[in-house]
Each structure stands twice: as structure tokens, then as C-alpha cells.
Design a protein. Structure first.
Length: 257
């Protein structure tokens, strides 16, 4: 039976880099993103370069009915997905009360609800198949409150804690769960010029290479970059009020204006 790795948010940035890194290793892929045209081009390119089978599906994960239809298609196709990479995500900047509620709702739908639903649906399928692997993409923002990015940081904290809890729950089923917490990545989703100018950002390709190697070792928590690992640990050393103040100052300084 042909096995596939399914990657959401695969049309650009880190999702695309992960798709390429897995294809380079000979993995067949199912790519998911909102826009069909970029996916089709990527599928053709990866197939030609690496000789793997690349399927794709345009689906807005923020729309529950479309996600339901997609999951039904997967169930009926009986394709064996042994690796799920939840990379799709939405980021928000600025004062919470100044945001459009529809944008905040989209963030919650994609970053939390769609991710959780995909883990539930494909996790059940993996359990029947005898095992598999799930990679959820969180962020360094998951380790501290995020003033001026409050919804985003909270959504990534959910992904971090959910993934770690799920890892313990699913051990006996043969399903391995890991969570990736990158720092700022040079990508369309996380383009922060002031950070990139200071050369603090890893490229999507660097993060993807580090990640696939960590998956081979079944690491629970994947944080590329020594500096980022220190930043993830540092909130434990500080008082909560200090952490809030520092995070707020950093976010105000680096968020786009």
C-alpha cells in the first residue's frame, strides 16, 4: 500500500520547505493549501525533481464544511497517510480590540480547530493502520504571553500543550507526536524585516532540514537554533509579569507598522 505524508500550508514558506525536504527523501505527498494554482505547480515540480507521487487539494481549513468534505474524501480514498504535518497557520499583529473579529475567528479556526480536527481524524486512521507520526507546528511564541499578538501566541500555546499531551496519550497506539517551535522564519507568513535585517531568522529550508532529522529521532519538542532553544527556556527563569512586559516590548518593536 502506498504511504503518504500530508502537509497543510504547503504552498509557501515552511510548509513548502518541509514538502521539498520530505520529497527529497522519497516520500509521496499530499499537499493542502487554499490556492490550487501554486499547489499544482509545486506538485509538478516535486514529481519531476524527485520522482515521487504528489497529490494536492485546495481547501480552506478555516471553513469547517470544506474541511469536512476534504476529510470525507480522504476516508473514501483509503489512502494510507502515515505522516501528518499541520503547518497551516494565520498570524495577527496589533492591538486586539483593533482587529476585525472575522480575522480573529479565522485565526482560531485554522490554528486551533482545524489542526485539532485533523489530528483526531487522521489519528484515528493511523491507530487502525497500526501507527504513524504527527508533526504540529507551533512557535517560540507558545512559551510566553504575547501582547500585541495575543491571539496568535495563545493559539500556539494551545498547539504546544495539545501536542505534548497527545504524545503521551497515543504512545500505545504506535503514533508518534512531535511539535515544532521555530523562531522567526523568513517566509510570507512571518516576514518581519527588522528581524531579518539583524540576521536572526533561519530560512525555511534550514528549519525543514533540522525538523526532518529530528523526526527521525522521534523528538517530542523540536526547536531549531541554539539561540531559540535558550529563548524558549528563559521564561522559566523570570517572573510572569516580567515575561509579559518583555514580550510586549519585543512585539511592539518588531511587529510591522
Amino acid at each position: 500500500m502506498t504511504r503518504y505524508a500530508m502537509i497543510t500550508g504547503a504552498s509557501s514558506g515552511l510548509g513548502l520547505a518541509l514538502a521539498e525536504a520530505l520529497a527529497r527523501r522519497g516520500r509521496n505527498l499530499i499537499l493542502v493549501a487554499r490556492q490550487r494554482d501554486p499547489l499544482e505547480s509545486i506538485a509538478i515540480e516535486l514529481t519531476q525533481r524527485f520522482g515521487v507521487e504528489v497529490l494536492f487539494r485546495a481547501c480552506d481549513l478555516g471553513e469547517p464544511l470544506r474541511l469536512s468534505g476534504f476529510l470525507l474524501e480522504l476516508e473514501e480514498s483509503e489512502r494510507h497517510i502515515d505522516l501528518l504535518v499541520n503547518c497551516a497557520g494565520i498570524r495577527s499583529y496589533g492591538h486586539f480590540l483593533a482587529q476585525e473579529w472575522s480575522d480573529e475567528q479565522d485565526l482560531i479556526e485554522v490554528n486551533i480547530l482545524a489542526l485539532t480536527r485533523l489530528c483526531h481524524a487522521l489519528g484515528n486512521a493511523m491507530a487502525v493502520q497500526g501507527g504513524g507520526q504527527i508533526l504540529n507546528v507551533a512557535s517560540l511564541a507558545a512559551f510566553a504571553p504575547g501582547p500585541w499578538m495575543s491571539s496568535y501566541a495563545a493559539s500556539k500555546a494551545y498547539v504546544l500543550h495539545f501536542s505534548e499531551g497527545l504524545r503521551e496519550e497515543l504512545k500505545r497506539t504506535g503514533i508518534k507526536v512531535s511539535v515544532l517551535c521555530p523562531g522567526p522564519v523568513r517566509s510570507p507568513l512571518r516576514r518581519i524585516p527588522r528581524l531579518e535585517k539583524g540576521q536572526r531568522c533561519l530560512s525555511p529550508e534550514e528549519v525543514a532540514l533540522y525538523t526532518v532529522r529530528a523526526l527521525d529521532k522521534n523528538r517530542a519538542l523540536i526547536i531549531p537554533g541554539r539561540r531559540n532553544r535558550w529563548l524558549a527556556f528563559s521564561p522559566r527563569l523570570l517572573s510572569r509579569w516580567v515575561t509579559r512586559k518583555l514580550a510586549g516590548a519585543i512585539n511592539q518593536a518588531y511587529c510591522p507598522r
